[in-house]
Design a binder for this molecule. Sequence first.
Ligand SMILES: Nc1ncnc2c1ncn2[C@@H]1O[C@H](COP(=O)(O)OP(=O)(O)OP(=O)(O)O)[C@@H](O)[C@H]1O
Length: 265
Amino acid sequence: MSLLVAQDLGKRFSSGGRTVEALRDVSLSLAAGETLGLAGASGSGKSTLARILTRLVPADGGSVRFAGEDWLALSGADLRRRRARMQMVFQDVSGAFNPRATVADALDDPLRIHAVVPKGERPREIEALLDRVGVPAAYAGRAVRDLSGGQRQRVAIARAIATRPALIVLDEAVSALDVSVRERILHLLATLQEERGIAYLFVSHDLAVLRALSHRIAVMEAGRIVECGPAGRVIADPQSPAARALIRAVPRLLPQESKESPDGR
Ligand SMILES: Nc1ncnc2c1ncn2[C@@H]1O[C@H](COP(=O)(O)OP(=O)(O)OP(=O)(O)O)[C@@H](O)[C@H]1O
């Protein structure tokens, strides 16, 4: 059974007398424990889709079923409670944290809000989360803004897994990082997925990044999904001009290194 099914999502933005159709009839599905990579040129609608799925912006039309529920119909306390099951990590996580927040504060918030563990166990849980993402426990008292970009992303991942989500939406989550730091974070994400069965919707303009993690890749162009298939197939044998253009932008792409799963997902 699918963990998430989005159907016919649409979104228009109006600004300065101009209307942009950011999403047109977008449908996709995601299985538990699966990574769907979402590729596309700048402005193709990737972030809008990520923001609609995470309920940061409303859709104009369409539906989303998540974990068996009508996700777009949830509101108020019901939505707040269910948010524990769908978390997100963005490119610039500094904006997501209170600038003065310590690492411990940033992790304590979701544990408290979602009552993940009893109050007395929260300090130990924070330690375990930091350990899991490879941040030394001694960093707990530091301000998030004083961390390196890679460490901040590790804390953002720790915060995302704190509520034991079924799905994490990652929007350009490794794009600002150096290549070696990026590779270690991608490895961490892959390991967490194996351990916990978390599904990822991984948004990136960089197909090389998507190839490292994705079982399937969907390609967007001008608000539509123009191609979707097993990661290895999309990279080795792209069917759409949009996918071909993205591949041309990354000359080192080698299809045989794709992490496509044995059942062809
Ligand atoms: N709040 C907004 N107001 C007006 N237009 C918007 C808004 N958000 C997005 N858009 C427009 O919607 C379209 C899709 O934008 P979106 O950010 O989803 O694309 P993207 O594929 O994520 O691009 P990028 O990779 O550059 O982030 C673009 O034309 C963008 O200018």
